[in-house]
Structures are given as C-alpha cells and as structure tokens.
Write a new protein. Structure first.
Length: 277
C-alpha cells in the first residue's frame, strides 16, 4: 500500500515539476513574445512613420538608430509589458480594475521627450507636450475607454475562446503556482514519512525530476514550433525560442541525476556502517 501511495505522489511531483516551468514559459511567450512584441512593433511603426512624414532627408543610419532606441527603450518596454499582462487578465474579470492609462501615457511621453523631438524634428517643451496631451484627452476618459474596450472584446469572444482565456489566466496566476509548489512540498514530506531510511525520498524526487525534464523539453519545443507556425501564418516576424525551457530541462535533469547519485552514495555508506557494526 505504501508503495502504491509513493507511486501516486511521485506522479503528482512529475505533474507539478512539469507544470510550473511550463506555465512560466507559456506566460512569457504569450504576454511578452507575442502580445508585447506585437505592441512594440506597432508603437515603433507609428513613431517611425511620424518621423518619415515630418523629417526630410532622414538618412537610413539616423532612421535605424531612432528605431533601435525605441525598441530598446526601458520605459516603453515596461509600459508594453504592464498592459500586455493586464489585457488578458482583465478579459477574465466581470469588473475591470481601475487603470491609470492616461497618467501612464503622459509619464511615458515626458520620460522620452528626446525621442519625440527626433520624431517631429524640433524641440518640444514640457508645456507644449502637456497641451498636446490635454488636447488628445479632452472629452475622453482613457480609463473608461479602456474598460469599455475590454468589455466589448469580452462580450464578442466566442464561448470556447473565453474559456481558453479564463483557463490561461487561472493557470498562470500567482496563486496557482504557489498552490502547486505547496502540493509538491507536501507530497515530498509524505514520501519521506512513508519511505525509510530518512533520505530515500530523494529517489522519488530524482525519478520525478528526470521524467519531468523530458516532458519540459518536449513541451517547450512543441510550444515554440506551434507558435512559430501561427506567427508565420499571419506574416509576423516575432521570434519565439524554446531555449529557456531546454535550459530548465537540462538543469532539472542534472539535479535529478545528482539526487540519485547521492542516494547511491548514502546507501553505500549505510552498508559499510552496517558491516562495521
């Protein structure tokens, strides 16, 4: 009976060890690599098109420099990451939380005044920037508009698509990851209590880790391939790499093999101590 329970708990460990890195990778791939990169491309395109429209005789070198500055701008990337994460989360909520979109946009533009000056070809004062922003937001409530757009998208989503979004948000939530870690710890403790001597639990953890490492590598490669096919089908140039999952799988494999080696060393030591006694 104890062997059966240890087998069940080892299976639980395989599930948890595989699920946690997969969730983290999937969230990064969807939020950052897909949605985030799409937003970045759109923002970069809008600014560079403005430059072309307003600046005569712009050299290729100058154009590429500003474009590179935009793509690698920390404030812009932080803004994109914040809202790419929020959009999917808000699609699962009946009531969208308050969002400081207008303030975030103003802070973003004020913090990148040099890029704006390069785009329009002249110096821009803080007062002029505030005036332009006030004109844009006159009669418009950015927060309300954002909430209404989210509601509209949610209402128009097919039931199966909404179920996928809800499931994704549940799986990638911090609470779910914490619960998975707690379950793993409890499973290890129970295995340790059921299996003697005291160190034998590391065998089950090692076996679970080896199996999980193989699953992680397979899942990482599959997700990367699937996403690449989808991206190519819609003529996007976003790159998705399975390297983080493969590195995670490699580390887990090495650690798991190390645990089994430690178990064998401890077994040998106990045998030697038993012979001596």
């Amino acid at each position: 009976m104890k062997t059966f329970i240890r087998g069940i708990l080892t299976t639980v460990l395989v599930f948890s060890f595989t699920l946690i890195p997969t969730i983290i990778y999937a969230e990064k791939t969807i939020n950052n690599d897909l949605i985030g990169e799409y937003f970045k491309e759109e923002i970069t395109s809008q600014i560079t098109e403005t430059m072309i429209d307003n600046l005569d005789g712009l050299s290729t070198e100058e154009y590429n420099k500003v474009k590179n500055d935009i793509e690698n701008n920390k404030e812009i990337n932080a803004f994109i990451e914040k809202y790419s994460n929020r959009i999917l989360e808000d699609l699962s909520k009946e009531k969208v939380d308050d969002v400081n979109l207008e303030e975030d946009i103003k802070n973003l533009l004020h913090g990148n005044k040099e890029l704006i000056e390069q785009a329009v070809g002249e110096k821009v004062t803080d007062e002029e920037l505030d005036q332009a922003l006030d004109t844009v937001f006159t009669g418009e409530d950015a927060e309300y508009s954002y909430q209404e757009i989210i509601k509209e998208v949610r209402n128009e989503l097919p039931a199966d698509a909404q179920a996928m979004v809800d499931g994704y948000n549940t799986l990638t939530s911090q609470q779910f990851v914490i619960v998975s870690i707690i379950i793993s710890v409890i499973a290890i403790v129970i295995i340790a209590l059921l299996k003697k001597p005291y160190y034998k639990w590391i065998v089950n953890v090692g076996i679970a880790g080896i199996i999980s490492a193989l699953f992680i590598a397979l899942i990482g490669g599959s997700i990367s391939l699937l996403v690449s096919v989808v991206i190519n089908s819609i003529n996007q140039t976003i790159k998705v790499s399975a390297t983080p999952m493969l590195i995670t799988a490699g580390i887990m494999l090495v650690v798991s093999i190390g645990l089994i080696v430690i178990n064998n060393i401890l077994d040998k030591k106990m045998e030697d101590d038993h012979v001596i006694s």
